[in-house]
Each structure stands twice: as C-alpha cells, then as structure tokens.
Design a protein around this ligand. Structure first.
Ligand SMILES: Cc1cc2nc3c(=O)[nH]c(=O)nc-3n(C[C@H](O)[C@H](O)[C@H](O)COP(=O)(O)O)c2cc1C
Length: 301
C-alpha cells in the first residue's frame, strides 16, 4: 500500500498524541502490525500542556481529552525522530504545529531534516488555537502552502470534524499542495461534574475520541472522497477490522488507530490479521480495491 509515494507495509498507522513517542515504543508498534507511526504534535518550543484532569473515560469506549499539545519542542525532539527512523519499513510521520505559517514551516523543515518521512499538519486540535486555522478555507490555504514551499517530503493535513462543510477545507488543503488528508481529529465536546457543578477537564472544553465518533469520521471521509483527488487517511473510533473496512468503503486509503490502543497493543495484530483474512476470503488483493466502494451505488440507476 502506498500514499504519496511512501510504501507502508500495513495500512494501519498510529494516530498522533495517543502514546508517548519513545523510539522503543514506536518500534514495538511495528512488530504488532503498524505500517506507520505519527508522533504527537510537535511545536517550536517546549509546552507543558493543561493541568490534570486532562483526559477522562466516558461511556462505551469514548474519551474526552484536553492535553493542550504538551510536547518537548522540535529541537529536543530531532534526535528521537532519527532514532525512530532506525526501524526498517516503518513510515515515520511527524505531526507539527506553530503559531504562524512560518513557525509551522520551520518546525516541519527541522522535522524533515531530522528524518521524517512525511509531515502531518495539525490545524484541527479543538482545545488549542490551531483549531481556528482548520475551520477557515483561506487560512488553511495560507498555512498549508507556506509549509508546502518549505519541505520536499509528503505533506498530510489533519482536518477537524468541527465544521459545517469539510469539503471546502479539504479542497483548500489540496490546492495548497497537500499530498493526503487525515480525517478526523477529535470532536469538540464538554463534560460537567454534577456534584462540583464544573466542567470535569481542567481546560473545560476538550476533544471527544473513541467509539462514539466513528460515524462522524465515516461521514467526513465519505464526503471528502467525492470532492478531492488526493488520498484520505481515515481516523476516529476504530476498534475492530470491520471499522477499518467501513473507512475504506467510505473512501480511505489507510487508517489511523488512536483510542483503541488504551487496551494494549494486541488489538493492532487482531485488526491487522482479521483485515487481511477478510480480504483473502472476499478475494481482494489490494486496499485500493476497497477504497470508495460505498460510492459505487451512486452511479446505479
Ligand atoms: C490523549 C489524546 C491526545 C491527542 N493528541 C493529538 C495531537 O497531539 N495531535 C493530533 O493531531 N491529534 C491528537 N489527538 C487526536 C487523535 O490523533 C485522533 O485524531 C482522535 O483521537 C480520533 O481517533 P480515535 O477515536 O481512534 O482515538 C489526540 C487524541 C487523544 C485521545
């Protein structure tokens, strides 16, 4: 399977921010069946993020978080990138953010120099100011185009579901030079403690992830597939191989796994093996044969 010229040994990719980014953890994930890893979002300088509680579990494998893009800053992270890169056949995607188009571009440039195979732009975190970029087609174009001009490796743009029409944002990113879109980041949400009468997370509003958001992710991938021609990487609420197939049918060429990893790494192997067993049983040879199949009915009479 390949996206933007990058070959992935499996269509399963670690989503940004879910696990620590120690090179040993990243290498273990490859052994469990991940074809690629996305680092947590890295900015120009070290950020501590919001106070606890910053993540809580809600009903039915659904989570609410506002970690505040805690990260070590790009200079402290360059060495980790080159260490993660030492694993054979593991695609390393570095997620980046900044406070201006130039800052985004500088972080992306340094990440590429350190060995990133691809850059993923986080313009979509709902509990950070970057969310103001990903809801505006013009800002999206400006930020993506500035980064595009600064780097030569593949550029992915991660989109927010917290918009009325995701196609406008996706098309702006494509026009500005993105090689692939990632859909979706977390859904803006709030939980209140009825005893203290206050929001539970220290930051208040957070991002919803896990099982509850899968239909939202599927809808956005389905809508994007009809309006852009670059590949789409599906993300949101994947816990089983059936969820991956649903994303492929909606239009995804690969998927990212996030919240399901709170249950350990065995789930990666289970999803991977069941997915390939399904493909074998149904006589599919490549993922691209599955991509977008849910759209074929639109052409039927
Ligand atoms: C604790 C936590 C931290 C996250 N941090 C980031 C981040 O740094 N950058 C980013 O682009 N997405 C981040 N995300 C969003 C995930 O990458 C993913 O888009 C989202 O969780 C939906 O997928 P899931 O339902 O499989 O978890 C974070 C999610 C969680 C739960």
């Amino acid at each position: 399977m390949s996206i933007a010229g990058l070959r992935f040994k499996s269509p399963l990719i670690l989503a940004s921010g879910i696990l620590g980014v120690s090179p040993s953890t990243m290498h273990i994930l490859a052994d469990y069946g991940m074809g690629g890893v996305t680092t947590k979002s890295i900015g120009p300088i070290k950020t501590n993020g919001y106070k606890n509680p910053s993540i809580i579990g809600l009903n039915n494998d659904t989570f609410l978080n506002a970690v505040g893009l805690a990260n070590p800053g790009i200079s402290a992270f360059e060495h980790e990138i080159s260490e993660i890169k030492t694993k054979e056949r593991l695609v390393v995607i570095v997620s980046v953010f900044g406070r201006s188009p130039q800052e985004f571009a500088n972080v992306a440039y340094l990440a590429e120099q350190a060995g990133a195979d691809a850059i993923e732009m986080n313009i979509s975190c709902p509990h950070d100011d970057v969310s103001t970029i990903g809801v505006d087609p013009n800002l999206t174009y400006k930020y993506v185009n500035t980064v595009r001009k600064r780097i030569s490796c593949p550029l992915f743009v991660k989109l927010t579901p917290n918009v009325t029409d995701i196609t406008k944002i996706g098309q702006s990113a494509e026009k500005a030079g993105a090689d692939a879109l990632v859909a979706i980041n977390t859904v803006s949400a709030l939980a209140i403690d009825i005893h203290t009468k206050r929001p539970i997370l220290s930051h208040g509003i957070g991002g919803l992830s896990g099982k509850a958001i899968k239909p939202i992710g599927i809808k956005h991938v389905y809508t994007l597939f009809k309006s852009v021609s670059i590949p789409i990487i599906g993300c949101g609420g994947i816990f089983a191989y059936e969820d991956v197939i649903e994303y492929f049918f909606a239009g995804a060429s690969a998927v990212q796994l996030g919240s399901c990893l709170y249950y350990g790494y065995d789930i990666i192997t289970k999803i991977h093996d069941n997915l390939f067993r399904y493909m074998e049983t149904h006589e599919y040879n490549t993922i691209s044969e599955l991509t977008g199949l849910a759209h074929t009915h639109e052409n039927e009479g």
